[in-house]
Write a protein that binds this ligand. Structure first.
Ligand SMILES: [Fe+2]
Length: 232
């Protein structure tokens, strides 16, 4: 598989390009609107045909590039049930998308948000904010639920093979990848904790509101069209 990990400096978002080398069909996961030119340049340079633009969830910290990329390439936008109503393909647990010979399997991993999906591609899983390197996405907005996140991590992600490579939507310390085994042992929020302890940890985080949430969430519900928010 052809694979690239791209980075957005402002929001510390990772965007992933996956492609089947034989058919040249490709998909992008978690694009950022400011980087659409960069991403489409790479797609063009590698001679790829973009089939899908996936989001792992409705993001609160950046605006997705999905709608812009759909307009410019004809690729289909994809996200999970309960998320952006504007997408072409709404996916749920157990669904599969194909890019050439490569299968993208959808795993429902709600809890950070109600619409959070992970995408399993061979020995790699793209977890969005459900499972981060040594952390897990906050659960205090967008219908987040720490108990549900505990179940998603322990019953859906931690049952994958230990050497599965975990690619998150963000990292703020420059870490690019982890594995299921590493997170079972070292994840600061969940390793060694019961469901009740995890809920207490998540409910005690008291994090500041993401800088762009009032712009990003309404824009992402419209696939990346920036709309004025009533809160300004
Ligand atoms: Fe998020």
């Amino acid at each position: 598989m052809l694979f690239r990990q791209l980075f957005d400096r402002e929001s510390a978002t990772y965007t992933y390009l996956l492609a089947d080398p034989a058919s040249r069909e490709a998909a992008l996961i978690d694009t950022v609107i400011e980087n659409v030119d960069r991403d489409l340049e790479l797609v063009r340079e590698l001679g790829l045909t973009l089939r899908y633009v996936l989001d792992t969830h409705v993001h609160a910290d950046h605006v997705t590039g999905a709608g812009t990329i759909r307009t410019r390439t004809g690729a289909q936008t994809v996200s999970g049930r309960g998320g952006a109503p504007c997408v072409d393909v709404v996916v749920g647990h157990g669904d599969r998308l194909k890019i050439g010979a490569i299968a993208i399997e959808v795993l429902a991993t709600p809890g950070h948000t109600n619409d959070s999906m992970s995408y399993l591609v061979g020995d790699r899983v793209f977890t969005g904010d459900a499972l981060l390197v040594r952390a897990a996405g906050r659960t205090d907005f967008q219908n987040g639920d720490p108990g549900q996140l505990y179940d998603s991590i322990t019953k859906v992600l931690f049952v994958l093979p230990d050497d599965t490579l975990v690619y998150p939507a963000h990292d703020y310390r420059g870490r690019t990848v982890t594995t299921i085994a590493e997170e079972k042992r070292w994840n600061a929020r969940i390793a060694g904790r019961s469901r009740e302890e995890f809920i207490a940890v998540m409910n005690g985080l008291h994090l500041p509101e993401p800088a762009r949430i009032r712009e990003a969430v309404p824009a992402n519900l419209a696939c990346g069209v920036v709309v004025a928010s009533p809160q300004g």
